[in-house]
Design a protein around this ligand. Sequence first.
Ligand code: ATP
Ligand code: MG
Length: 428
Amino acid sequence: MKAGQPAPPSAVHWITSRLEDRGFETWTVGGAVRDAILGRPSGDWDLATRATPNEVRRIFKRTVPIGIEHGTVGILKGGVLYEITTFRRDVETDGRHAVVRFSDSIDEDLARRDFTINAIAWHALRRELRDPFDGAGDLNRGLLRTVGTAEERFQEDYLRILRAFRFAGRFGLRVDEELFSAAQTFSDRLATLSAERVREELLKVLDADPDPTVALEAYRTSGALAVLYPEWARRMSDPDGSTWWDDGLRVMGHLPPGRPSLRLASRLRGVPAADTAALLVRLRFSNRMADRVARIAAARALPDGGESDAAVRLWLSREGPEMLAPSARLELASARAARAGPSPDEVVDRWRRARAALRARPPLSVGDLRIDGRRLKGLGLRPGPLFGEILEVLLGEVLESPERNEPDYLDRRALEVASEEGEASPRE
Ligand code: ATP
Ligand code: MG
């Protein structure tokens, strides 16, 4: 085994001792143990114990009932929430969720976990590793295997297929052959998973994976993509579809982790707007995120150096100033990934120029105009759809030359536009 002992925060020792002192066997389990063996920083430290949730709640003062029905109690210590889950075993599974019973054995608890690398326990007091399926060996060999046969484990919970691709990508593991062929066999069953679970899996890939290419390619080659993301599969069947897919993966490789909506938007570039909307709605993204992702995906290219300042303001007005940073980051990633098109330096220049334009705080929307409906009424014009048209015309002129945003100019032009549009001349 490579790197060795996990180094958890002292709260893990403290929680473990309190439980063990009262006779309840307690282990550190799951992702943190795996990450420590890989020599990577661990995220959440999860514990598994023989104590029941009620016993845990009696022993600790500050607890949070995270998922009592699943046996999980949160313990707050030093501002951090640690999850303590009673040992469990599966008694019934239907591919969508498992019915579990409490168990008194850590080995049973490990046996119900998905992959060997996730089925390792570590005892914080005895500093002892419990690794019944040789997960540490698999980490050393760079191999992802299920605990038990892949066909059976996937039929218990099809989400494990997607989890496999995520872990393989994140840790650079080879996917065991039997696992991959089981994934192919059951890919059509992924349709039974809830939108939330599918979405969260994708977001984890996009958020945390240094290079989501491996996971997304596995989605594609296993058939999962066609089932879960038909919009992408359809785009891929276009004549330039495979170039589109590969280019998109390369672009993603230049977008750092931690910005899932940007990576998602990059993957949606070139997908018809109606398909993008369908995908985002089906996966029940929040309105806020769906809107943001769709807008970044559809944003026009930033004006290049040869275009006028007015073109830059027009871009900011159409896309919205908040789209500047995400669009520029995406264009920069595309420039880095591609041999053709503007160079990264050129994109940086465009971005700088647009930022400078923004700093001058130019009027960019109808609301920024120094004229409004009330004033149009004051000029004697009759309220109606014409008001909107007039304000749009004025905005266009002000984007052209921001100094036109003055009441005198705007009043005069409003009246001219109104009479051109056939409005009766203003009352005397
Ligand atoms: P991450 O760093 O992404 O959080 P993790 O391994 O901690 O990775 P979690 O989803 O937080 O993953 O789950 C914690 C542990 O619970 C896993 O390591 C695994 O042992 C077990 N587990 C989670 N989901 C499943 C599942 N669908 N089937 C079986 N075991 C699971
Ligand atoms: Mg975790």
